[in-house]
Write a protein that binds this ligand. Sequence first.
Ligand SMILES: [Zn+2]
Length: 130
Amino acid sequence: MKLRFNYSGKTIEVRGDIAICFINAGLATEVLARPEVQAPAKAEWITTRGRTRDGELFIGISCQRCHYSALIQKPTENAEIRHCGIVEKVPASVLAEYRRLKVAESDAADNANVQAASRADEVAGLVKYV
Ligand SMILES: [Zn+2]
């Protein structure tokens, strides 16, 4: 049993029958174990990229309580996971963020294609005059 001695404030592990003698004599009090604080049964959802082989954009999910971990590459509003005995749907804000980044990525790819095409035209134009 763990005791805290009144005169010193020190906590010491003491054999049960002896500990009761200290407590009954008013020299110490028992230190009760704190209940473990559990992480909430709520997964963390984030939009990110890079863990997949092709560096695709995805939604990553993890739960600190049950250590569930997953990723969804093409999420829909019906995307859901089961962990800690509950079912969680993809949060609307995370899905919106995924879609915003996906559109930005698509626009960037379009711009890159347009620039590449115009560079190809310039090169073709130069070749004509050579
Ligand atoms: Zn969980």
